[in-house]
Design a protein. Structure first.
Lengths: 251, 302
């Protein structure tokens, strides 16, 4: 019963997506979607935004989680509190504040499309904090950060070397799952992009549902496939990691 | 300098004293600087400016007037509908999600079933937004598959009062991400129920029902309640799905704020800020209660 509720909307959407051509089932709707002159620019822009978000977020969150674990544990509650804020501040409220703060002097950051885009990416970075921090923090708990750091230091490594050659490689799985979660959230994000007038995938999909008949179904299936791929990789890699840990423990 | 601090640290930890170095040099704070700068500029700052402006009157002076105007019909209708949908989907989603998680955690089913359920929950919980709205339009919209199916059996859903663009419709759509979120959050708690408790209860002659009534449910109650509150907040702050479904014209707090951003529909900027701050306060209290209940339940799950 419950699984029917979850499968029927997907099946119905898939069925509609095959009806792009008259009287025959086929992939005409997908062909039209990919041929749409606005689709690829929006899609590629969202991918670039997502990758930039992940990159920035990693550069900020990994040192933060590392420092909080090793050097400044008394700041942990503060950092954890801040990483929870994106759940407390609804996206629509956050973009409201962003527009009010940055669309007039002295902080006129939304004057051009590209400067708005940079602000958008920075907001996405903050939205990724809860997922990224939790992943990285779990990853750090699984390895002995202190011993690794001291070993690296006694071999003469400075902290940049420690972060990039010791900590990052040991956190591969945690970083990957944080990155993919961020990707899944950013790629189709609507609310913030919409009110910042960005031509990304979210607003594009929203326009599509109003202007076209069959293409939205193909779009929804593509979006579902992307989310599924991101989550599938997280599960797959995560299971590989726990199996590895178990093997090490068995030794 | 660097090696010195490392030495003093390792000495500290081997002697068994404080694990933390006694003083925190300024440069250690630098590692946290980017994090604080980013969250200050793009998370906390924007919210504080709304908070400040919500106390600003039309003439520029400080006032509580905006908060008094929250009692107006437009605002109350939107808040009311948001709360109604959030409560309904939190309770329904919570109950159904709990049952699904319970079936999964009981074992008895092939392990693959559990894997499929958790992976699919991960996908569905993150599937909100425009694609989800589209999927339901193709299912229960005016020409949706299920709507058409009902017509074959002579029932016209839309003439008998149903609409996807109503309280009932939105509830159905929201459950699509609420149920999976419940499954994902409550499953660890169910897994935390210890086998010994059941065996102890059975040895003392408890029936299945007595075990659940007096052992399992009391342990789980904080988790269940806490997660339901999390679901409430999740639905209360949702904007994209409702926007894609109704074009932003439905009476919901998030949609009202959206309309206020696009063009001062409340005819009072200050009131718009107060509506936004009201939402933040409701979200903050729900997350706060969630974290308290979560801490209580962690006692048992270690």
């Amino acid at each position: 019963m419950v699984s029917l509720y979850f499968l029927i909307p997907l099946a119905a959407t898939f069925y509609w997506s095959l009806r792009g051509a008259k009287d025959v089932l086929g992939f005409e709707a997908y062909r039209k979607l990919f041929a749409d002159t606005n689709f690829l620019p929006a899609f590629s822009q969202s991918i670039v935004n997502a990758v930039a978000t992940i990159f920035l977020s990693l550069i900020i969150v990994v040192p933060t989680a590392y420092w909080v674990t090793l050097r400044l544990p008394k700041l942990r509650p503060v950092v954890e509190f801040i990483t929870l804020l994106p759940f407390v501040i609804p996206a629509v409220v956050l973009v409201f504040g962003i527009i009010r703060l940055y669309s007039s002097p002295p902080f006129l950051f939304t004057a051009t499309y590209n400067s708005s885009r940079i602000v958008l990416i920075c907001v996405y970075v903050c939205l990724s904090f809860p997922y990224m921090f939790r992943s990285v923090d779990n990853g750090l708990r699984a390895i002995d950060v202190r011993t690794l750091t001291e070993a690296a230091q006694s071999l003469g490594a400075n902290w940049v070397t420690i972060l990039f050659r010791v900590i990052f490689p040991n956190l591969r799985v945690a970083l990957l799952s944080g990155a993919l979660l961020t990707f899944a959230i950013v790629i189709g994000e609507l609310t913030i992009a919409l009110y910042m007038a960005q031509h990304t995938l979210g607003p594009y999909m929203s326009d599509l549902t109003r202007s076209k008949v069959y293409e939205p179904s193909a779009m929804a299936i593509v979006a579902f496939a992307i989310t599924w791929a991101a989550m599938g990789i997280i599960d797959f890699v995560g299971r590989g990691a726990t199996r590895h840990v178990q093997m090490v423990e068995a030794d | 300098m660097k090696t010195n601090s490392a030495n003093s640290q390792s000495v500290n930890s081997t002697v068994g004293g404080a694990l933390r170095p006694p003083r925190t040099p300024i440069r250690h704070w630098l590692g946290l600087l980017p994090f604080f700068v980013f969250s200050g500029l793009f998370l906390i700052g924007p919210t504080l400016i709304l908070a400040y402006r919500s106390f600003e009157g039309l003439d520029g002076g400080l006032t509580l007037n905006n908060y008094r105007q929250l009692a107006s019909d437009t605002v109350m209708n939107s808040y009311g509908m948001s709360i109604k949908i959030s409560l309904t989907t939190a309770i329904l989603g919570g109950l159904i999600g709990f049952l699904v998680a319970w079936v999964v955690s009981m074992g008895g089913l092939p392990p693959r079933f559990r894997l499929i359920t958790t992976t699919f929950s991960g996908v569905a919980a993150n599937f909100a937004g425009v694609p989800l709205a589209s999927a339901f339009v193709f299912t229960l919209g005016r020409v949706g598959l299920i709507t058409a199916l009902f017509k074959v059996f002579g029932v016209n859903l839309y003439k008998s009062g149903f609409s996807l663009y109503s309280f009932l419709g939105l509830t159905l759509v929201y459950l699509y991400f609420q149920i999976p979120l419940m499954v994902l959050t409550i499953l660890p708690a169910l897994d935390g129920l210890k086998r010994e408790w059941r065996e102890a209860a059975e040895n003392l002659g408890a029936t299945q029902i007595q075990y659940w009534r007096y052992v399992a449910l009391p342990v789980l109650t904080p988790s269940i309640l806490g997660t339901m509150i999390l679901l409430f907040g999740n639905s209360f702050g949702a904007h994209a799905t409702a926007y894609a479904l109704t074009g932003g014209l439905f009476d919901l707090a998030t949609l009202l704020i959206g309309r206020q951003i696009s063009g001062d529909v409340l005819h009072n900027p200050g009131l718009g800020y107060a509506v936004a701050m009201g939402m933040v306060m409701i979200m903050a209290s729900s997350i706060f209660i969630y974290s308290i209940l979560q801490r209580r339940s962690e006692r048992w799950l270690k």
